[in-house]
Design a protein around this ligand. Structure first.
Ligand code: ARG
Length: 247
């Protein structure tokens, strides 16, 4: 009998130790802090002083599914991973592309959508294909995959901006020859600005996912389960369709 009690006590200690160690564990009633960069319509942007968009809505649903409350923290795109790693945020949801480099510091959920990197050009541009980008001045948002891809273009000069729309402004002002950016924001920016258009040829295909700190399997599993439910119920597609009209 005594032996049993000792074993039971040891087990409780071990469990509580484990519980203490895993300080990041989120449970019902907790607040889930989402890091994003709300300069990226239709995924995240301001409507008045409220951050709305596909990621904001998906994560609100995910949080609800988990019995948690979502809190959104707006920051520079290239600060999101650091915020997730430091614990300042629980997750990053920012139209963030799964890349091998990022996978070294964060874990990604199952992808919730596919996307494309496209090239925005100014009317009259001599750029007709992706190959023509060689030697050109390319505008990008700092730290995005557009920024990374631009680095592979031979002889190109890269101009980095904090916000995607600032890169687009630079294009309309003739300060850059083109902008490499995600297709849906590109469509929004092109619709808001005269004299620019999207090149027919895509630059790259990508998948967006939610980032959590590397090794935070508990939260990752919870997010994946909630995402699966939203996919099955059709809610995920409903949110996407609300913001992106079918061509
Ligand atoms: N998909 C690109 C990337 O992951 C751009 C994402 C930019 N997102 C944003 N919220 N500003 O690098």
């Amino acid at each position: 009998m005594k032996k049993l009690v000792v074993i039971a006590l040891a087990a409780i200690c071990a469990l509580s130790l484990f519980g203490c160690d895993n300080s990041k564990e989120k449970t019902e009633g907790d607040t889930l802090v989402m890091a994003t960069n709300a300069e990226f319509p239709p995924y995240e942007y301001y409507e008045g002083d409220k951050i709305v968009g596909i990621d904001a809505e998906i994560m609100t649903e995910v949080a609800e599914e988990l019995g948690m409350t979502l809190e959104i923290e707006d920051m520079a795109f290239d600060s999101i991973i650091a915020a997730v790693k430091s614990g300042k945020a629980d997750l990053g949801a920012a139209g963030m592309t799964i890349t091998e480099d990022r996978q070294a510091s964060v874990d990604f959920s199952t992808p919730y959508t596919t996307a494309r990197q496209v090239v925005i050009l100014k009317d009259g541009s001599d750029i007709k294909t992706v190959d023509d980008l060689a030697g050109k001045t390319i505008g990008v948002q700092l730290g995005t995959t557009g920024d990374i891809y631009a680095g592979d273009v031979e002889g190109a000069t890269i101009e980095r901006y904090n916000k995607g729309f600032e890169a687009v402004q630079a294009l309309t002002q003739g300060k850059v020859d083109c902008v490499i950016i995600d297709n849906e924001p590109a469509k929004v920016f092109v619709s808001q600005n005269e004299g620019i258009y999207i090149l027919d040829e895509d630059f790259a295909l990508e998948e967006y996912a939610i980032a959590v700190d590397k090794g935070n399997t508990d939260l990752l599993n919870k997010i994946n389960d909630a995402l699966a439910k939203l996919k099955d119920s059709g809610k995920l597609q409903e949110i996407i369709d609300k913001y992106i009209s079918a061509e």
